[in-house]
Design a protein around this ligand. Structure first.
Ligand code: NAD
Length: 397
């Protein structure tokens, strides 16, 4: 198949592009390299030394004997470039990773809030319109997040996208309806992902676009068997307070004898998935497109759910690291329940990697290997959700 991977220079996009190329698909990466620029803006660098895009692609060509094409393009701005690319390529599938994806970064201040909304909403909408106009048979696979739902509570699991409801009509009779499972976004970033869902629903119905929306859990791990094949293929590993996802941050903390920073009580439950499963799930989604005219296919891309404190204890047991409870920058309940159905991917044959697998040790070893690159100052979360949380973080309360 011909596949375009939007956001293919990023943490999930790069290993996905390699995986799809290794499966024999013709892959083109589109990226505006904004994530690398945000690193510069925040004075950050990936724990792992990521190569430039030309070096990454050269290494892949040398090892695999197969090219991956690269187009540097801002899909939130370059409308004519996007139209032209889709018109000329006529891809079988496009995978859309290209959004500003850190909730804390989206809450840093007014500029970051506006940037996240402008970038994410424009990128998604421009892509949808370009597909309608230039390549309506292409299957769009988008990376959404479990975070749009908030938490389940109430002892039921979050279904895959849809909820059956019964509404009383004027005669008092119950009418059945299927609606999108209601979102409850907890950050500006999550709000953009909630809005993405409505755009998908509209264009699937109005223009019969083929759309799969993957509601992914927090990704842990860094390397896949392909990114491990050459130092120039190494994947990015964010550990800082804005972009570092919780488990990867704990592993880096343990590597340098820094206490595992649990926000609040750690009673918040989150959904997780290993990076190796992310790439396999995207490939499975590409191979199983909906028909034109079908509703958006929504799958929960999740292996398991765990409370943050249980995760910290798991890492502490393996590494001997201490646990420190620090103020939570997020405006959220201190404890919550999250149960998620992942029937869709299981029925497609996914047997997910769990946190107690040996891969956790690989990530611990990787963190130790690059410990000299860690900047301790960048570890604490500094982006507060509101003024009250900011005062708590700054120690004024
Ligand atoms: P990332 O920031 O590492 O990668 C995103 C890539 O998109 C970057 O390379 C960036 O330069 C590019 N990009 C952003 N805006 C662009 C634009 N306007 N035009 C072209 N390129 C643009 O993020 P990631 O961790 O790989 O996440 C990818 C997707 O998966 C995101 O949409 C995110 O919401 C979703 N997701 C990630 C996680 C996770 O734990 N990492 C969890 C759930 C969902």
């Amino acid at each position: 198949m011909k596949v375009i991977v939007f956001g293919g220079d990023g943490f999930c996009g790069w290993p996905t592009a390699l995986h799809l190329s290794s499966l024999g698909h013709d892959v083109t990466i589109v990226d505006n390299l904004s994530r690398r620029r945000i690193d510069d803006e925040l004075g950050l660098k990936s724990l792992t030394p990521i190569a430039s895009m030309p070096d990454r692609l050269r290494a892949w060509q040398e090892l695999q004997g197969r090219p991956i094409e690269f187009v540097e393009m801002d899909m939130a701005r370059d409308i004519s470039g996007l139209d032209r690319l889709l018109g000329e390529t006529q891809p079988d599938a496009v995978v859309h990773f290209a959004e500003q994806r850190a909730a804390p970064y989206s809450m840093r201040g007014p500029e970051e809030k506006r940037y996240t909304v402008d970038n994410n909403i424009s990128a998604t909408h421009h892509l949808l319109v370009a597909l309608v106009e230039r390549s309506p048979d292409t299957h769009l696979v988008h990376l959404g997040t479990m975070g749009v739902y908030g938490y389940s509570g109430g002892g039921f699991s979050i279904p895959e996208g849809y909820l059956d409801v019964a509404v009383r009509d004027e005669e008092g009779e119950l009418q059945q309806r299927e609606i999108l499972f209601p979102t409850s976004p907890g950050s500006v970033y999550h709000m953009t992902k909630s809005l993405d869902q409505l755009m998908f629903q509209f264009y699937a119905r109005n223009d019969r676009l083929k759309i799969t929306d993957l509601h992914q859990g927090i990704v842990w791990g860094t390397q896949t068997d392909l990114t491990m094949r050459d130092e120039r293929l190494i994947n990015r590993f964010d550990y800082d307070g804005d972009y570092g996802t919780v488990l990867n941050r704990f592993l880096v903390e343990s590597a340098i004898g820094y206490p595992l920073t649990v926000h609040g009580s750690g009673g918040q439950t989150r959904a997780f998935i290993n990076i190796g499963d992310t790439v396999r799930c995207v490939a499975l989604a590409i191979e199983n497109p909906p028909e034109r005219g079908e509703r958006v296919n929504i799958l929960n891309q999740v292996a398991e759910t765990l409370r943050v404190i249980d995760l910290a204890e798991l890492v502490s047991k393996r590494t001997g690291a201490e646990i420190a409870h620090v103020p939570n920058p997020r405006a959220e309940a201190d404890e919550n329940e999250l149960v998620v159905s992942n029937e869709g991917f299981r029925s497609l044959g996914l047997d997910p990697i769990l946190l107690d697998s040996s891969l956790l040790q690989d990530t611990i070893d990787l963190s130790r290997r690059y410990r000299d690159r860690i900047d301790r100052e960048k570890i604490p979360a500094r982006s507060a959700w509101n003024a009250e949380r900011q005062r708590e973080i700054d120690g004024d309360m």
